[in-house]
Write a protein that binds this ligand. Sequence first.
Ligand code: ATP
Length: 200
Amino acid sequence: ADYIVGLTGGIGSGKTTVANLFARLGITLVDADIISRDVVAKGSTGLSEIVKHFGNTVLLSDGNLNRSMLREKIFEEDSERVWLNNLLHPMIRETMLQQCKQAQSSYVIMIVPLLFENGLDSLVDRTLLVDISPDLQQQRTISRDTVSAQQVKNIIGSQASRAEKLSKADDVIDNQGEISALKCKVEALHNFYLKLSSNS
Ligand code: ATP
């Protein structure tokens, strides 16, 4: 596909739920979270570069990346964080674009939680925000994961504000209602994206 819709939204907003409805309509999904894990999977170039730089201490005994150890290393040292981002961000970008190109659907949905925060909106043709209030974000995340209200608050605080995302997004899907209300909204957007992609 040559037409990319970037799907974003804060923690617990409903990105996965919305994306799965597009998938049911035959649209290929490209998931930034999955790709970020793949580029440092066992046997990847990414992982071997990380080991070359930080040493074997960032490996678990099974050969997988020790994420908490790596997090500690970049937490202590800004230059290390920059080094890691310079290694991984281009790999992630390239893989995302490659997967979009290979997709057979009329357009693709690229799921990127930090689309605006990381400036990845420049890679896509259109941006779609899943919008809910911070209170609902907290409520839904807590009932899904084993996290405290404070932890969710901190994560929400580290992401772009609701207002900022609303002002940047081309399209917004309100997910404050029932899940059952989403299907109709997704279908309407799907028809719109089919038109946009056929004109591009
Ligand atoms: P994250 O970025 O944190 O992984 P996400 O944006 O992908 O989250 P989902 O996992 O789709 O969000 O949704 C968060 C939780 O809220 C899930 O448990 C989901 O089933 C639930 N949920 C999604 N939409 C609704 C809704 N409209 N009403 C009630 N619960 C919902």
